[in-house]
Write a protein that binds this ligand. Structure first.
Ligand code: BDR
Ligand code: CA
Length: 351
């Protein structure tokens, strides 16, 4: 705990990694955004939104509202509303609440998305400074696939791509075999996986080892700040879903775990493999598979996380939330963060 008002020492000597986050907030997406903003190793430069947990109108509204809540002045570009070649699911509200943010009640945002569509925004940002920006994707991969198809130079301009998605040795969470983000747009995932972008994949195999518990939330609630109360409320429906359907109190930190690839890679066991997704339309549609035995004779196309020191990651997550509260000094309405260059403000942290 760091309740004394002092910000814990962190690796602030390295310049932060500049990222753009493609997301469908979404309860655990919201926690990923909090974790990014709490982490001085990262500077969040923009958010692009996509369909997924709820529709794109809602995911965009949620991203804007959350950034306003955190006084984080970061551009948001609205992206695709539909998968490339499937009907979108219609039951995300069961998992993430009707709004997508559980029981959290954030005011309607005053800010608007930037003008370009997320596909064009991604192309503009990455081609302006090739190989400088890292991309995080924690929703269906539709925006990324269409950026790759629209601009042939896009893939080579991405420094690195970290994806939450897939189930390699694990079973699925939306079908017996498939994970939600990949299942929701398997054709997009196929395009992205085979694009040549250097990819790190964070599948269910590891995210289900990172379980946020009610005790973790109680620990955070000891801090008098709107942030822990937001965490409690945004996860309320999500935790109820886990309790009802998965039989445990708590929930997996799927999207936040992508951030470990930058802030705590030592917690992840990563292996290089050729990974692809089944798009044949049968029972395994949307299933990700790794060619462990190299029978396809294809070079590895990504690093895939197959194990994690899960409890250590959850502890790190809770510590970073405590740090975020300290940065905000108990009042998230006091200052407004601007996405200034890292040299000026030390990265994407608020306050
Ligand atoms: C993924 O699906 C979504 O519901 C979560 O936000 C996460 O990105 C986990 O399968
Ligand atoms: Ca998500």
């Amino acid at each position: 705990m760091h309740m004394d008002g002092e910000t814990p020492p962190l690796q602030e000597t390295m310049p932060p990694t500049r990222i753009i986050l493609d997301t469908d907030p979404g309860a655990d997406d919201a926690l990923a955004i909090l974790l990014v903003l709490a982490s001085p190793e990262i500077k969040l430069e923009a958010i692009t939104t996509v369909h997924g947990n709820v529709g794109t109108d809602k995911t965009t509204r949620n991203a804007l509202a959350l950034l306003e809540f955190l006084n984080a002045d970061i551009p948001v570009a609205k992206g695709c509303s539909l998968p490339l070649n499937k009907t979108p699911h219609s039951w995300g509200g069961h998992v993430h609440g009707a709004s997508g943010l559980g029981q959290a009640k954030l005011p309607e945002p005053k800010t608007k998305p930037v003008d370009p569509h997320a596909i064009d925004y991604l192309i503009q940002r990455f081609l302006a400074k090739p190989k400088e920006l890292t991309l995080f994707a924690v929703g269906p991969l539709t925006n990324l696939a269409l950026a790759i198809r629209k601009e042939p130079k896009f893939a080579e301009a991405v420094r690195e791509l970290v994806i939450m998605g897939g189930a390699i040795r694990s079973g699925g969470n939306v079908s017996p075999l498939a994970e939600f983000n990949i299942h929701e747009d398997p054709h997009a995932a196929h395009i992205v996986f085979n694009s040549g972008i250097p990819i790190t994949l964070i599948p269910l195999d590891v995210t289900y080892k990172c379980l946020l518990t009610p005790e973790d939330i109680e620990r955070l609630l000891k801090i008098d700040s709107p942030i822990p109360r937001f965490v409690r409320d945004v996860m309320a429906d999500y935790m109820a879903f886990y309790s009802k359907y998965e039989g445990f109190a708590g929930c997996a930190l799927h999207d936040p775990l992508t951030v470990a690839a930058l802030i705590a890679p030592e917690l992840l066991h990563l292996e290089e493999h050729y990974v692809d997704v089944d798009i044949s339309g049968g029972v395994s549609n949307g299933k990700t598979y790794a060619d462990f035995m190299k029978v396809l004779k294809k070079p590895a196309n990504m690093r895939v996380a197959l194990d994690v020191r899960g409890r250590e990651f959850v502890e790190l997550f809770v510590e970073r939330m405590e740090r975020l509260c300290n940065l905000a000094q108990g009042s998230v309405a006091s200052t407004r963060h601007s996405a200034r260059p890292a040299a000026e403000d030390g990265g994407g942290s608020i306050g």
